[in-house]
Write a protein that binds this ligand. Structure first.
Ligand code: MRU
Length: 367
């Protein structure tokens, strides 16, 4: 099985070339065993794709919401659009790109004359969000590449980078956030190797990050989530780069559950811990991530059951005694003090309000 598109033209969401009434996505639930394209005909299909994690990752969730609004506008004009916007907003609470994308398409409609073409306007906005996301990821890649290059220049052997969850091409439109610097480093001929956290319970690391690194020929090794501390103690990690679903204006970062523990281990071992993010992931309205970022709780079955493939069929296996109480917190918050730096499309900065505002001064008046 291989991805039919090249690295340059890879996309996670697009308008069907055969039918402009259909938006297409990759059904990420089936990776790495099957690359299957899934059609979205109605905005409700987009909502289900977000809810059921056909698509996931903060930037892609936002883009899927934008395309769902295009489907809503096409089906039922402004009334359907408003209904879809309300339902989509409530779908996944932690990643802020969702709200950002909905606000952006809403603002485009608000600026449109009453007799303007709302189908064309929503389509243009969804396309622009996707095109800009690709450029933003490449910007993150270029700035993160400087960090990798600097490590490569002072050591022999590969630069070992540890990542958690999937903050890769599959979580964005292409290139990823945490993975963009890795892909650009590899393109430059730098010897890179990625430690891939499995990322229980949904295994975005083993099922998605390992898959896409393999597709692009990047050396990588899958590890269980609890291995990171051990590897850091033994000098086997040069750098940690993760993504984030929401970053506060003071630099606290919410990301997939377990990220905080990696940051603690990195801090204890003097390993640089960077977080890669598009500015669309910054919530300029809040400062205290632990208290103010809503943490999504998901279906307990994601914890009690493990999903995999057996003889070509997807199977789900219960690993617990029946009726075992389970909780499933999907994200945690890493305080800014544990973050060495934030890699954004405008450069690398300290994880602090001052650091972020130096790169994004237009937000100085907000909050
Ligand atoms: O629950 P998910 O798979 O949507 O969680 C995704 C993550 O936590 C990613 O690391 C984050 O969205 C950054 S993606 C560029």
């Amino acid at each position: 099985m291989s991805n039919p598109r090249s690295d340059e033209t890879f996309r996670t969401i697009w308008l069907s070339p055969d039918n402009p009434a259909v938006v297409q996505i990759i059904d990420q639930r089936r990776l790495p065993h099957e690359y299957r394209v899934h059609d979205l005909h109605r905005w409700e299909d987009g909502l289900a794709a977000i809810d059921e994690m056909y698509v996931r990752g903060a930037p892609l969730i936002g883009a899927t919401a934008a395309w769902s609004l295009y489907l809503a506008a096409s089906a039922g004009g402004r009334a359907e659009f408003a209904k879809a916007a309300a339902a989509l907003s409530a779908s996944r609470p932690t990643a802020v790109n969702l709200r950002w994308a909905i606000d952006r398409v809403q603002a485009r409609l608000a600026a449109l004359a009453a007799d303007g073409n709302i189908v064309a306007a929503t389509r243009d906005e969804a396309e622009a969000i996707c095109d800009e996301d690709v450029e933003i990821s490449l910007g993150i890649g270029r700035h993160g590449l400087d960090l990798i290059r600097e490590i490569a220049q002072r050591k022999d052997g590969p630069v070992n980078i540890l990542t958690h969850c999937n903050a890769g091409a599959l979580a964005t439109i292409n290139w990823g956030t945490a993975t963009a610097p890795v892909y650009l480093a590899q393109r430059e001929g730098i010897d890179v190797h990625v430690w891939v956290d499995e990322t229980r319970p949904r295994n975005q690391g083993s099922q998605l990050t390992a898959w896409e690194l393999g597709q692009r020929g990047v050396a990588h090794t899958l590890i269980v989530d609890n291995a990171g501390g051990h590897l850091m103690q033994h000098g086997k990690v040069d750098l940690v780069i993760t993504g984030t679903d929401r970053t506060t204006r003071s630099g606290d970062v919410a990301n997939k559950i377990g990220t905080y523990l990696k940051a603690l281990a990195a801090h204890d071992n003097g390993v640089p811990f960077y977080v890669a993010l598009p500015s669309t992931t910054i919530d300029w309205n809040i400062r205290d991530g632990v208290r103010e970022i809503p943490i999504e709780q998901r279906d307990p079955r994601e914890v009690s059951h493990v999903q995999g493939e057996l003889n070509g069929t997807t199977v789900s296996v219960n690993t617990t005694a029946n009726n075992t109480p389970v909780s499933n917190y999907a994200f945690d918050v890493t305080p800014a003090r544990l973050v060495t730096g934030l890699i954004t499309e405008r450069g690398v900065c300290a994880a602090s309000e001052q650091g972020l505002l130096a790169l994004f001064p237009e937000h100085a008046e907000q909050a």
